[in-house]
Design a binder for this molecule. Structure first.
Ligand code: 2AM
Ligand code: CA
Ligand code: CA
Ligand code: CA
Length: 270
């Protein structure tokens, strides 16, 4: 059993240092490249920040493994031992275009169990943290347990992509729900959207495709405040291959899965 207080102290210190570096990079020219398609951006800062964590972690905790978006660590195909699941910049498009609403996301897992979740919204200087069984915090203020809201008062976060024809779902399934909720929002950073559900700014967030580093930290926060977290079809998340994601305040999951998705979600790819 690892000393999670000690690990968390290092992780917090490193995430703050990395955040300062990201802020200082606003003064510099970014090197922007594309990955899978023209809108899938990656910058020199995504890589630099992941490398920063890789260096600190291997120096301080040589037995720990790193599973990061930019692939700086060794390939990870299981979650045995201690694994740091890292997204150096979640919301790279926001980082490039808006210089806000991006976060550093770190989930620390031991044998597949989430122990520490950290999400740092750099520009708002909001650090969310959770230790398994010890609650979730926003800048050291404990977040209260979430309580149910009616669907008619819900603020739902989702990307407009999923309401248009797309290859992942029958997009029309979402229309009745979008009509019934109070409002929709979209922030473009899955980590921030999960943190917002954890602190009550949003009531639910759904998306059809995420990678493990997008939700590894957020799911620990959500569990600690009593929220619900599954794939869009109500199944457990896949922390190796990624999955769809549906997080909400308690009580909403069952109602939405039954009344809006009719307990069938055949077209979600994963
Ligand atoms: P990123 O900025 O780290 O790439 C935007 O709606 C959210 O989806 C962000 O959290 C973004 O993370 C993530 N995202 C972007 N492209 C993705 C992809 N191909 N697969 C999974 N998640 C992605
Ligand atoms: Ca990316
Ligand atoms: Ca991400
Ligand atoms: Ca990223």
């Amino acid at each position: 059993m690892e000393n999670y207080i000690g690990i968390g102290t290092y992780a917090k210190e490193w995430i703050m240092t990395a955040g300062k570096r990201l802020k200082s990079s606003f003064e510099e020219n970014l090197n922007i490249e594309t990955k899978a398609n023209a809108n899938d951006l990656v910058t020199n800062m995504d890589k630099e920040i992941e490398q920063f964590f890789l260096d600190r972690i291997t120096e301080t905790f040589p037995t720990h493994r790193i599973f990061g978006e930019e692939g700086m660590g060794k390939r990870v195909t299981d979650l045995k031992g201690v694994v740091w699941i890292i997204d150096p910049i979640d919301g790279t498009m926001n980082f490039v275009h808006q210089q806000r609403n991006f976060a550093i996301s770190i989930g620390i897992y031991e044998d597949g169990i989430g122990k520490i979740g950290l999400i740092y919204d750099v520009v708002h200087n909001e650090l969310y943290h959770a230790f398994k069984g010890k609650g979730a915090y926003l800048n050291d203020i404990k977040l209260p347990k979430l309580t149910k809201v009616p669907i008619s008062e819900m603020i739902l976060s989702l990307n407009a992509t999923w309401l248009m024809e797309n290859k992942r779902i029958d997009h029309q399934i979402l229309t009745p729900l979008v009509k019934d909720v109070r409002g929709t929002r979209s922030y473009g950073s899955a980590a921030i959207e999960m943190a917002y559900v954890a602190c009550g700014r949003l009531d639910a967030y759904m998306t059809m495709r995420l990678a493990p580093w997008d939700f590894a930290a957020g799911s620990i926060l959500i569990e600690e405040v009593g929220g619900e977290i599954t794939t869009m079809s109500g199944n457990p998340l896949d922390y190796i291959n990624g999955s769809s994601l549906f997080v909400s305040k308690p009580g909403l999951h069952q109602e939405i899965l039954e009344s809006y998705f009719h307990n069938s979600w055949p077209a979600v790819n994963y």
